[in-house]
Design a protein around this ligand. Sequence first.
Ligand code: NBY
Length: 830
Amino acid sequence: KAGERKAKAERLFGLMDGFLKNDPLSLQTDILDHVEYTVARSRFSFDDFEAYQALSHSVRDRLIERWHETQQYFKRKDPKRLYFLSLEFLMGRSLSNSVINLGIRDHYADALKQLGFDFEVLAEQEGDAALGNGGLARLSACQMDSLATLDFPAWGYGLRYQYGSFRQVILDGFQHEQPDYWLNFGNPWEIERVHVSYPVKFYGTVEEDILNGQKYKIWVPGEMVEAVAYDNPIPGYGTRNTINLRLWAAKPSGQDDMESYNTGDYINAIVNRQKAETISCVLYPDDRSYQGKELRLKQHYFFVSASLQDIIRRFKEEHNNFETLPDKVALQLTDTHPSLAIAEVMRVFVDEEHLSWNRAWDIVCKIFSFTTHTIQPEALEKIPVDLLGSLLPRHLQIIYDINCNFMEELKKKIGLDYSRLSRMSIIEEEGPVKNIRMANLSVICSHTVNGVSRIHLELLKTKVFKDFYELWPQKFQYKTNGVTQRRWIVVSNPNLCALISKWLGTEAWIRNVDLLMGLREYAADADFQQEWKLVRRLNKIRLAEYIEAMSGVKVSIDAMFDVQIKRIHEYKRQLLNLIGIIHRYDCIKNMEKSDRRKVVPRVCIIGGKAAPGYEIAKKIIKLCHAVAEKINNDPGVGDLLKLVFIPDYNVSVAELVVPGSDLSQHISTAGYEASGTGNMKFLMNGCLLLATADGSTVEIIEEIGEENMFIFGAKVHEVPTLRDKGSARKPSLQFARIVRMIREGYFGFKDYFGSLCDAVEGNGDFYLLEHDFESYLEAQASADKAFVDQKRWTQMSILSTAGSGKFSTDRTIAEYAESTWGIEPCKCPF
Ligand code: NBY
């Protein structure tokens, strides 16, 4: 049987064994050898976790094999390479994804079975790699998968945080944060490169030197640390190409402190060494706004400096003229977080490579592209001038010089419009402290500025970067985000994957997701619907078991599973969801017994982390628990309504929740979600969307039709006017009643919830919850109505999956490659 499967995989993808063989006996030998020699347990006695470790090492061997081939091939062909710089990657688990992309999942499952192990059980042993906060970080991970699958010569660069996203622990309904010890049991998916390391400098002074009669600046640093590379192979699906994600860890630099050892200050020398490691120690857990903290700035520069040394070294191995750099290198800035790279490249070119300023600037303007994931002007990154000047004195000078040149040029173009000049300046002079506006720097020097959905670009053009758009309209583009169908269907929903392949008669959609469109013709087919419903039901059972294990709440599989999982934010309006749930509860309580039969039973599921310092978001979590406590223990309500909060939301939790949901909510105030990608994951899995016309949802409506979704709420262009109206807006009595219940202590914690209530009443209602409430209830009522008609619901569900093709990162990446990066596939032959 394994032979047949292998033959099939080879037919499909032309996959062949490398040096390592993939027949059952070879795989078993491999696993057992790793049990004995890597994990150091007896091959006759090891538990599930040890089996997982050995299995991972065996898979890792195969990844390394392909990784070598790919890197050697890239080196030989020397194509233009993309360097994808992101401070955050939310990779989640690697085992299942790797074996599926390598085309050897079934081979391993068979081999393990004969050893008495279940592949799925072992896969559950793995913890998440959670080196990021939310959408931006998961997008980076999905994009790496597509870059590998589409055979692009790309490298990812990031930071290897010792502690990733905090673990969310709920005690008495309150969120507590605990460190994520993800490296404690080792990480088989990375390869430490002790010999790939670079010194990174900080502080110090700038001095002048003369070389061949020419004056040069020299940065004399006050502190040095070492950046050590950890490589994470990223396999493509249905190809041998395996690209690299290189993450940097900070280590003390060897040379510096010899002196203190020699002078006898041993203890201090050790303490100083440890300080270096703090740079890559922990991920900043706030995805709202940039705080100008020194350690964070250090992280950013550490990352940028190490990555650029690596990139420039690689370039110089093959080339001796920087003029050709733009033909060989594309640098992608994921938001402004890596944008110090601009000043760093200028510094290296001018101070170290001795290029003239103008030549250097010419090259720099051809290599950077910038994607912003932000929509609120107040969330744009700013660095206090004093902070930058003390940590990176030379970079501050360079940024001032860039700005000075830009201002001169700008004056020639727009004249002495001082208010526009000051808005476009990289230096923010107003306010108590002077700041560097990293977004302005990024826009000025990037050849392309991308938004993450069509509507996002509109907002960038008309609001956030209006002045820049008027100056350089051709720079501005958008690439609607996507998600990878490998992780979000093949890995996380294997039954749906098999069903789709069966009815389409091919697995080709896993690489060419537009083929999902072919499901449309079966959307009303009774047999197909039957099988579709069965798959969805099995997923719901799996989710219900998880809910019971996590929270002790038993839920009915027949109820509609209504889900909102994402970071907790005011603009994402989890509070609107909660107020809706309380309203539903209130209606059930006040209903005649006989009417209760008409109520569509619901299980409402909410999950997500709040930034540790975000008080309102934390109160929303507490409110959710307080409401759940009341509803779930009300015998009069029973299965008609349940509310559960899923703690510690992360990628692997999403893999379980998304396939098991009937309805999912994406209900941000219009104009606030740059794109959103959760909506795409649910859509692909045949879960219906209840949503506002915001971010990428606008484009989802175009693909699958409003009749297959539940759309409500103010539109983007209506929001500013509505907000200006303030308390002159039409009040909602139903809304006011629910807020009063919360305020008056119906769910306890009366004083604690007061400020939450203030934030949604009258003029305080910045995110327009009250305004959108009535239409939200109507959309919810339509969802109930549709759910009762299971034939119609299933058809809408199938049409959701069928219409999700546009929202694959394969499309996003292909667009970037063509119109932003100018790179071409470089497929490793086998
Ligand atoms: O990026 C998200 C957007 O909110 C979402 O609409 C979009 O789909 C997604 C991908 O484009 N933005 C986001 O997740 N941002 C962050 O996680 C983030 C992280 C760090 C910082 C700011 C924002 N920071 O200041 O360091």
